[in-house]
Design a protein around this ligand. Structure first.
Ligand SMILES: CCC/C=C/C(=O)SCCNC(=O)CCNC(=O)[C@H](O)C(C)(C)COP(=O)([O-])OP(=O)([O-])OC[C@H]1O[C@@H](n2cnc3c(N)ncnc32)[C@H](O)[C@@H]1OP(=O)([O-])[O-]
Ligand SMILES: Cc1cc2nc3c(=O)[nH]c(=O)nc-3n(C[C@H](O)[C@H](O)[C@H](O)COP(=O)(O)OP(=O)(O)OC[C@H]3O[C@@H](n4cnc5c(N)ncnc54)[C@H](O)[C@@H]3O)c2cc1C
Length: 627
């Protein structure tokens, strides 16, 4: 039968050791073992089903998310899962929820910005989930411009407290996930005011709801901000609105690793840079890059399997039509995305290392690599999320009409994923940060300060000094071009980290060869996409451009017999993929047919509303009534 046979025969063509590739994708044998075990545990638990998600009302959807989150927590406790296993479990439950913000932002903020005393007080409560926290930074009027936040935290020396207040409508906190209906606490970012003087934005731990009956505490107004893009999708999350009316908190609830306010109301700066107030964003952006490879690989897995099952035109001698994956146009759209998924995986691995390295240096009071870490996390977050969002949509199109069905898994994946281009920093705003960093680096070239790390190549490019002079005349005027320069810089990082990966010891028959092909596809595809820039700047000649294109075509042919095995190496369960088109067994058509009948619209043969709205048209009663 079509599908079963197709994928089985594709798998038999693979020219490399898929099991070893799974290890490379996972990062280590240990990580593969953990993710494999936990993904199956989630897939086999009926509470974690997600096939009806797009059909539920918002209230039912949200309650179901709460049920899953509670069940996940119960399983984590019962099975005594380690921190790593628990994180995998939350990942495979695959439903945005308040837990993401509690574990992903609230706890890391206390760890990164709290003093040791504050960590000792708050972290045990948060780890045991005796309190649930979120990250309340963005306001109705300001998100990108963090220094423009309006919420105030005024020190009252009489009572040794801060008064947290929302002075205007636009100062209402707006967007924080987990805030709307669940969180008991938040890290709230507001302006520190002492003796009428404004000391800029700082973080404060604020209790929002009673731990007895969950009602908001006096002076606090909270709610959900409403439905978001798509059905199901991100609507499982209670993104919230929050207002303060002179809410008092003890002085020791200001996060004081960066600066402290004494009992007398004096501000004391510690030796760490003030930018650490932005530290959680660096951490989360780094994570978002790895997550991009997951989302993109998921879409690519669906589109690749389906492209091998789907047949159109070109009857062969045996009377069977051509698999659409054999069309060169399909390959030229699909394989660069497959290569990107691998590229983002490896650059994500490197970024994780960079982040850990910066953290270790910070502990030892070495702050020298913080600007580079900020530029890399900001730029790579921007590049990978934009490419992934576009890539998921391309995968939907690669699946033709059936890709538009919710049962393909792609519409919901797209709807869940696209806000990643906005949250944790709008992608253009982040590229402007990279551009600033690049200009600063260029401006130091003449001073004898050698560029290091990801900017080391700048020392070799003489024209850069002239660029600097031009840019000094008007950063804002040239910002659209500077954004392109920032993207190019980030692409260079992605390609060079892929090459560095290939220089490592890579065991397994044929594995390295496949990765080399993917790396070359990634690099040549970028070159092909920006051919005009490369030619107009004289970086390559027209002859080299056509050689590059020919090489790209030949690489597609090289990858073709391995395509299914390359997506099998992601080791995704059918539960995680939640796609009829991407099923491991390729049994697409019978299952699509079966799925259709599950739609609530098919509960009755004659639809509700027939008598009121269809029958009168057919019987011409409406027209007669008008005559
Ligand atoms: C799962 C989904 C959950 C979602 C959650 C969210 O969305 S949460 C909400 C997420 N919200 C957002 O993502 C909001 C996005 N907005 C922002 O992050 C900031 O407002 C900004 C960076 C755009 C501007 O900052 P600014 O007005 O302060 O102005 P400036 O540009 O002049 O920078 C001053 C200096 O600081 C440096 N520096 C900056 N950032 C960092 C950093 N992270 N680390 C280290 N350093 C950093 C910068 O390089 C510069 O250094 P220099 O040159 O003086 O040595
Ligand atoms: C699903 C979701 C979850 C979120 N979760 C949280 C959360 O948990 N906690 C939290 O605090 N926040 C959260 N946010 C808020 C998020 O961080 C902000 O929306 C984001 O930082 C973008 O800010 P903004 O909305 O102010 O966009 P804006 O800055 O208003 O962007 C609008 C447009 O202006 C452009 N623009 C802005 N500034 C510049 C500039 N300087 N130069 C050129 N162009 C510019 C942008 O590129 C964009 O095109 C979430 C948002 C979403 C969508």
């Amino acid at each position: 039968m079509a599908g079963f046979d197709d994928l089985a025969s594709e798998r038999s063509k693979a020219q490399f050791d898929v099991e070893e590739m799974k290890v490379i994708w996972a990062g280590s044998r240990h990580t593969l073992e953990v993710s494999d075990r936990i993904s199956r545990l989630v897939a086999n638990d009926p509470v974690f089903r997600k096939d009806t998600r797009t059909m539920l009302s918002r209230k039912d959807l949200f309650k179901n998310t709460l049920r899953k989150a509670a069940h996940a927590w119960k399983r984590i406790i019962e099975l005594r899962l380690s921190e790593e296993e628990a994180a995998e479990l939350r990942f495979y439950v695959d439903e945005p929820a308040f837990m993401d913000l509690h574990w992903g932002m609230f706890i890391p903020t206390i760890k990164g910005q709290g003093t040791e005393e504050q960590q000792q007080k708050w972290l045990p409560l948060a780890y045991k989930m005796k309190i649930i926290g979120c990250y309340a930074q963005t306001e109705l009027g300001h998100g990108s411009n963090v220094q423009g936040l309006e919420t105030t935290a005024t020190f009252d020396p009489q009572t040794d407290e801060f008064i947290i207040h929302s002075p205007t409508l636009t100062s209402s906190k707006w967007w924080p996930g987990g805030l709307g209906k669940v969180s008991t606490h938040a890290v709230v970012y507001g302006r520190l005011i002492i003796d009428s003087k404004d000391y800029g934005v700082n973080g404060f731990i604020v209790q929002l709801r009673s731990l007895d009956d969950h009602l908001p505490l006096p002076g606090i107004t909270i709610g959900d901000i409403g439905m978001k893009f798509g059905s199901g999708a991100y609507n499982t999350m209670d993104n919230g609105v929050l207002r303060f009316d002179h809410v008092r908190i003890p002085r020791d609830q200001m996060l004081m690793r960066v600066s402290q306010v004494t009992r007398e109301g004096k501000l004391v700066q510690s030796n760490v840079p003030w930018q650490l107030v932005y530290g959680t964003m660096v951490y989360v952006r780094q994570k978002i890059v790895s997550d991009a490879s997951c989302a993109l690989s998921r879409a690519v897995c669906i589109a690749t399997r389906y492209s091998a099952v789907r047949r159109q035109f070109g009857l062969q001698s045996n009377g069977i039509e051509t698999q659409v994956i054999d069309y060169k146009t399909q390959q030229s759209r699909l394989f660069p995305l497959l290569a990107s998924a691998y590229a983002f995986r490896f650059v994500g691995e490197w970024l994780k290392w960079l982040y850990m390295d910066v953290n270790q240096r910070l502990q030892a009071s070495d702050f020298s690599t913080l600007p580079e870490a900020h530029a890399c996390t900001a730029g790579l977050k921007s590049l990978t999320t934009s490419a992934t969002a576009d890539g998921i949509e391309e995968c939907r199109k690669l699946c033709g009409g059936h890709g538009y069905l919710c049962s393909s898994g792609l519409p919901e994946l797209f709807a869940v994923y696209i806000p990643a281009c906005t949250y944790e920093g709008d992608n253009i705003v982040l590229l402007l940060q990279v551009a600033r960093f690049l200009i600063k680096t260029v401006s130091q070239l003449g001073s004898g300060k050698e560029p290091v790390g990801t900017t080391v190549y700048m020392g070799r490019v003489e024209q850069l000094m002239q660029c600097h002079c031009a840019v000094q005349k008007g950063f804002l005027e040239l910002s659209a071009d500077l954004v392109q320069a920032a993207v190019a810089h980030c692409q260079l990082i992605v390609v060079s980290k892929f090459i560095e990966k290939l220089q490592q010891d890579i065991p397994g028959k044929g594995v390295k060869g496949q990765l080399e092909a993917l790396c070359n596809i990634y690099a040549l595809f970028i070159l092909h996409k920006h051919l005009g820039d490369f030619l107009s700047t004289g970086c390559i000649t027209p002859k080299q451009a056509s050689l590059a294109n020919a090489q790209l075509r030949s690489l597609y042919s090289q990858v073709r017999p391995n395509a299914i095995a390359l997506v099998d190496a992601f080791n995704y369960t059918d539960h995680y993929l939640s796609s009829v088109l991407g099923r491991y067994d390729g049994n697409v058509y019978p299952k699509l047919y079966e799925e259709a009948w599950k739609d609530p619209l098919n509960d009755s043969v004659v639809p509700d509303g027939y008598q009121e709205y269809i029958q009168p048209i057919l019987k011409q009663q409406l027209r007669n009534a008008r005559l």
